[in-house]
Ligand binder design. Structure first.
Ligand code: TXA
Ligand code: MG
Length: 396
C-alpha cells in the first residue's frame, strides 16, 4: 500500500485522499467529511468524537464534491426519504466490495440500485414489463424498490450473483442531484453497520461508519423513517418481499393480485416465524434493526400498557436492570431510566430507529415498546418491530 503523507494532502488525482487522514498509533484513521448545507447552523456535537470534519457549502457544491468522490470509487452516505443510504457507483466492483466490508454485510445480501431518471434504468434492467413501468410511473420518485431481470455485465457484488436487480428512484432532492452528477446509478444499502437500526439522520450514519467512509451528506431527518417497499412481479401478481409505506392497498389499485412473500414478511403480532424453503430476498433471513438491549413489543391500549410497565419495571429493577419505556403518547407511566414518546402510525415510523439508537446510548438493558394501534395500517412498522425484537411481540 502507498504510504499516506502526514499532512493528509491528497495525492494528485486521488479523490479518496479528500478525506483527511491522520496517525492513530500505527493505524491511519480516515476523517469522514460531513457536508452540511449553508442554511444549516453548525453542529458542535459533530466533530472529532464522530471521526468527521464538517464542511458547510451550497447544495450544488456539496453534490459536486461528493459525486467526484463516488466517480473515483469512494463511499458517500446520502439522505433519502426513507433512510440514509451508503452510496457507491454500481459500475465499480471494488467500491461495492467496500460497501460490504464497512457495513459488515453478508456477501449473499444484494444491494438496491438508485436511479435519477428512466434512462439510467436501462443501464440496469434487461427489460421492464408494462406492469412494472406502470408502478414506476405511479410511485417514482418514491419508496418503492422493484426487482427486474439484471443486465449482463454488471458487477456480481450488486446482485450477489442473483438474476434480478432491485431498483428504485428516491424522492430526496439531494439524492437525485447526487446520482445525476455522479453520472451512474448508485448502489445504496442503508448506511448502518449490518444488524443495527437503519440511520435516519447523518449523526446515526457517523455513529456506525464515522472514520470508515469518505463522506456523508446531511439532509436532516428522513421523512418516512423506514425502508422502501420491495416488490417483484411474479406472473400477473405483485409480491411484496419487504413491506413499506407503499402498502397492499396502494398496490391493489393496479387490478392484479397483491400478496406478501410467505417467507418474507411478518406483518402481524400473530404471524409465526416462517420455515420451509429459502427466502426469495436474502435480507429476510438476517436479524435486523436491532438495538443492543432486549426489546419487547407490547400491543395494546394505553391503560394496559401502563399496567404492564408497572409490573415489568418492578421485576426488572429487582434484577438490577436499567429499563427504557417507549410509548405511543405522553401518558402517566412509572418513571423509567429512559423514556421516549414515539407518536402514532407515520410519526412512530419516522422516530422508531432514532428511539432504538437512543436506548443504546442510554445504556439500558430492557426496552418496553408500545406497538402501533392499527396493526393493519402499520404492517411495515410491525414487520420492523418483529425483526428488531426477534419475534418478541406480546398482546396485552
Ligand atoms: O429505503 C431503502 O430501500 C433504503 C434506502 C437507502 O434507499 N435502502 C435499503 O437497502 O434499505 P438495504 O440494502 O438495507 O435493503 C435492501 C433489501 C434487502 O432486504 C435485500 O435482500 C433486498 O432488498 N434485495 C436487494 N436486491 C434483491 C434481489 N435482487 N432479490 C431479492 N431481494 C433483494
Ligand atoms: Mg438495511
Amino acid at each position: 500500500m502507498r504510504r499516506q503523507k502526514r499532512t493528509g494532502r491528497k495525492a494528485p488525482g486521488s479523490m479518496r485522499g479528500y478525506a483527511q487522514r491522520e496517525r492513530n498509533g500505527f493505524a491511519l484513521v480516515k476523517k469522514t467529511i460531513l457536508w452540511r448545507t449553508d442554511d444549516a447552523a453548525p453542529d458542535p456535537t459533530m466533530g472529532d468524537s464522530m471521526n468527521c470534519i464538517q464542511r458547510t457549502l451550497a447544495a450544488e457544491e456539496i453534490t459536486t464534491e461528493a459525486a467526484a468522490i463516488l466517480r473515483a470509487g469512494g463511499l458517500v452516505a446520502f439522505p433519502t426519504e426513507t433512510v440514509y443510504g451508503l452510496g457507491a457507483s454500481v459500475f465499480n466492483a471494488s467500491a461495492l466490495a467496500s460497501v460490504f466490508a464497512v457495513k459488515g454485510r453478508p456477501a449473499d445480501n444484494p444491494l438496491i440500485a438508485h436511479v435519477a431518471d428512466m434512462g439510467q434504468l436501462e443501464l440496469l434492467a434487461e427489460r421492464v414489463s408494462p406492469l412494472c413501468r406502470a408502478l414506476m410511473d405511479a410511485f417514482w420518485p418514491g419508496p418503492l424498490s422493484v426487482l427486474l431481470p439484471v443486465r449482463a455485465g454488471l458487477p456480481q457484488e450488486l446482485t450477489a450473483g442473483l438474476a434480478t436487480v432491485a431498483v428504485r428512484m428516491p424522492r430526496h432532492p439531494l439524492a437525485l442531484r447526487l446520482i445525476r452528477e455522479t453520472g451512474a446509478p448508485l448502489a445504496a444499502p442503508s448506511a448502518n453497520r449490518s444488524g443495527r437500526p437503519s440511520p435516519t439522520t447523518a449523526a446515526h450514519v457517523l455513529e456506525d461508519l464515522g472514520g470508515a467512509i469518505d463522506g456523508v451528506i446531511d439532509g436532516g431527518p428522513c421523512k418516512i423513517g423506514i425502508e422502501s417497499t420491495v416488490i417483484e412481479v411474479v406472473g400477473d401478481a405483485i409480491v411484496i418481499l419487504r413491506p413499506g409505506q407503499i402498502d397492499v392497498s396502494a398496490l391493489s389499485a393496479f387490478g392484479v393480485p397483491v400478496r406478501y412473500d410467505a417467507h418474507a414478511v411478518q406483518v402481524s403480532a400473530d404471524t409465526a416465524a416462517p420455515g420451509g424453503a429459502a427466502p426469495r430476498s436474502p435480507g429476510q433471513k438476517y436479524r435486523h434493526y436491532a438495538p443492543r438491549a432486549d426489546l419487547q413489543v407490547l400491543m395494546g391500549r394505553n391503560g394496559a400498557f401502563a399496567d404492564f410497565v408497572q409490573g415489568a419495571l418492578g421485576k426488572a429493577r429487582a434484577e438490577g436492570k436499567r429499563v427504557a419505556v417507549l410509548s405511543r403518547r405522553d401518558q402517566a407511566l412509572p418513571q423509567a431510566d429512559f423514556s421516549y414518546v414515539l407518536g402514532e402510525d407515520d410519526e412512530m415510523a419516522a422516530r422508531l430507529y432514532d428511539a432504538l439508537r437512543a436506548c443504546d446510548s442510554a445504556g439500558v438493558d430492557v426496552i418496553y415498546l408500545q406497538g402501533p394501534q392499527d396493526e393493519e395500517r402499520s404492517a411495515a412498522l410491525v414487520n420492523r418491530l418483529y425483526k428488531a425484537a426477534a419475534g418478541k411481540i406480546l398482546r396485552i
